[in-house]
Design a protein around this ligand. Structure first.
Ligand code: C5P
Length: 297
């Protein structure tokens, strides 16, 4: 018997970052939108914990106990006093180290899959608590849709969204480490007063209306200068998308995936085609959101 969970990627339509806290984390106002690029995580009883991965980027995924999917199984089993003896298989379509919460998605998916497989009957609250222990973005991968995350980004409030937003995602030739991007943010922020992070009221209104132009005018990412500083070529990708008519172009989360908002599905295909021939990026994907979070298939 095995259980498969499908889990989406995310894009941050707003990522407001405060000053570094004493614990090294940063307070955030993080507006997440789940988009239709998916990993599928399957858990099957096994003699011992084992992780395998398939997909174009599978070679970059760690298969040891640092993998968030493995850590999720260990965390849930630990709470129940059982052994985490499962084979976790990840069918990976979300870019690795891309700023789209691919690792977090696998953590949330493995947690839900193990809970179902083992019949542990964890409540939603307990699952969210374990997710928050695993990482700042993991709770959102479980709930999906759209949400405002505060604190490290793990304390979520669901947001109303009045329509579907069409996005284009351009993968980069290499990954960026999230801690390295936050460190660069701190370096660039040295000597400056960093305001408290707050969600933009105009952005939340644009989401609620489902208005792509209004959303395009309000998207923002405070990590973008840090990502560009570590990966300057991303500026060429952003420019290529803007030239192709995307009303908004931004780095997704800590990057290096770049995200382009389009007015509709047809416009998204045009931007995607222009990016593919621009020579400024790797694979280009189209995806719409919001979509549901981790779901047992
Ligand atoms: O929570 P998570 O393990 O995903 O965070 C990865 C890294 O990103 C942290 O170790 C930290 O360097 C940085 N981070 C941060 N502030 C946050 C979230 C993450 O500085 N709110």
């Amino acid at each position: 018997m095995s259980v498969t969970v499908r889990v989406p990627a995310k894009v941050n339509v707003q990522l407001a970052v405060g000053a570094a806290r004493p614990d090294g984390f940063h307070d955030l106002a993080n507006v997440f939108l789940a988009v239709g690029l998916y990993d599928e995580v399957t858990v099957t009883p096994a003699a011992e914990l084992r992780v395998t991965c398939e997909g174009p980027d599978a070679g970059q995924v760690p298969l040891d106990r640092t993998n968030l999917a493995a850590r999720a199984a260990i965390a849930l089993a630990g709470r129940r006093g059982i052994e985490p003896n499962v084979h976790v298989h990840i069918a990976k379509d979300i870019p690795v180290a891309g700023g789209m919460a691919g690792g977090s998605a696998d953590g949330a998916a493995a947690l839900l899959a193990c809970d179902t497989l083992w019949g542990t009957g964890a409540s939603r609250e307990e699952l969210l608590e374990i997710c928050a222990e695993l990482g700042s973005d993991v709770p959102f991968s479980l709930v999906g849709g759209a949400a405002l995350g505060v604190g490290r980004g793990e304390r979520l409030t669901a947001l109303e969204v009045g329509g579907t937003f069409h996005w284009v995602f351009a993968m980069a030739g290499r990954g960026l480490s999230t801690p390295a991007v936050f460190r660069e943010f701190d370096r660039l922020a040295e000597g400056r007063e960093i305001p408290e992070p707050v969600a933009s009221a105009d952005l939340l209104a644009a989401l609620a209306k489902g208005d792509a132009d209004a959303l395009a005018a309000t998207v923002s990412n405070d990590l973008q200068p840090a990502a560009l500083s570590l990966f300057p070529e991303l500026a060429d990708t952003l420019a290529a998308g803007r030239e192709a008519g995307a009303p908004a172009a931004l780095v997704s989360g800590s990057g290096p995936t770049t995200a382009f908002l389009a007015r509709d599905a047809g416009a998204a295909e045009k931007v995607a085609e222009a990016l593919r021939v621009s020579g400024t990026c790797g694979a280009v994907r189209v995806a719409a959101g919001p979509v549901a979070g981790a779901t047992v298939l």
